[in-house]
Design a protein around this ligand. Structure first.
Ligand SMILES: CC(C)(COP(=O)(O)OP(=O)(O)OC[C@H]1O[C@@H](n2cnc3c(N)ncnc32)[C@H](O)[C@@H]1OP(=O)(O)O)[C@@H](O)C(=O)NCCC(=O)NCCS
Length: 223
């Protein structure tokens, strides 16, 4: 995927993402500590090329994605090979996207989160791929979103955080409100089915709209 690079800061950010994702020497650590009440309780670790060569990590990503399918805009038959291909093509090869595993201090995976759709002109990005697969450490998702947002502002120079979430996803909406996000728009969705894949896409056409909605949320500061 080609991305037009306009200035040195943008170039630096894109280089950093590439170095982190491809396990290359990098001035920034691929590990982000996650504090809760001033104590480090977990860490974020880049999902990288090394992850693609780790069948147990791919198996876990597939298992979690399958278990939480209803909360993602595309519902499809999840396989390990498809998950590995997704990680290669959609995650590693997309220069404007990165994801991290959330792990406890013994490196046991808890979930993941990441960013997508960087817009350098507005210094904005979309929080992406947020999922808890393991019930350990209550509140860790809240802490992880906060630590990640701060890391992105410091190291990638991106300060405007947005996200999209299904309106009926009460747990996720509660998480994002706790993290300082507020709804800026409610968008109707159209459901389309092709083979065994179901997709929800945004529509402005009243006659096309179905029963589900996205909330577009934006970070306005910690409450
Ligand atoms: C959305 C999702 C990540 C939220 O996870 P979560 O476990 O609710 O989030 P947290 O880790 O912040 O835990 C919050 C819970 O811990 C409790 N908690 C305990 N200590 C806490 C602390 N220090 N800080 C925050 N919450 C704390 C909260 O009260 C809350 O409990 P409650 O729901 O009973 O009120 C999870 O439900 C999920 O993976 N859903 C499926 C995938 C999905 O929908 N992703 C979003 C796509 S947009």
């Amino acid at each position: 995927m080609q991305t037009k690079i306009n200035n040195p800061q943008q170039k630096r950010t894109l280089n950093l993402l590439k170095q982190l994702k491809y396990n290359l020497p990098c001035p920034v650590s691929p590990i982000i500590p996650v504090p809760q009440d001033l104590k480090i309780t977990a860490r974020l670790r880049v999902i990288s090329k090394a992850s693609l060569g780790n069948p147990s990590e791919i198996k876990l990503l597939a298992k979690w994605r399958k278990a939480k399918a209803n909360w993602f805009p595309t519902i499809f038959r999840v396989t390990q090979e498809g998950t590995r291909r997704w990680a290669q093509q959609q995650l590693l090869e997309n220069p404007l996207r990165i994801s991290f595993m959330i792990e406890d201090l013994l490196k046991q995976p808890i979930g993941h989160l990441g960013l997508n759709n960087i817009d350098f002109t507005t210094r904005s990005y979309e929080l992406d791929n947020v999922l808890r697969g393991n019930p350990a450490i209550p509140g860790i998702m809240t802490a992880a979103v906060g630590a990640f947002r701060q890391w992105v502002a410091t190291h990638l120079n991106l300060t405007d955080t947005h996200l999209r979430v299904f309106k009926d996803n009460k747990r996720a909406v509660a998480l994002y409100r706790r993290c300082g996000f507020k709804t800026v728009k409610t968008v109707p969705l159209k459901k389309t089915t092709q083979g065994d894949t179901i997709s929800y896409v945004e529509t402005e056409d009243e006659t096309q709209r179905g029963e589900r909605f996205f909330l577009r949320m934006k970070y306005f500061g910690d409450s």
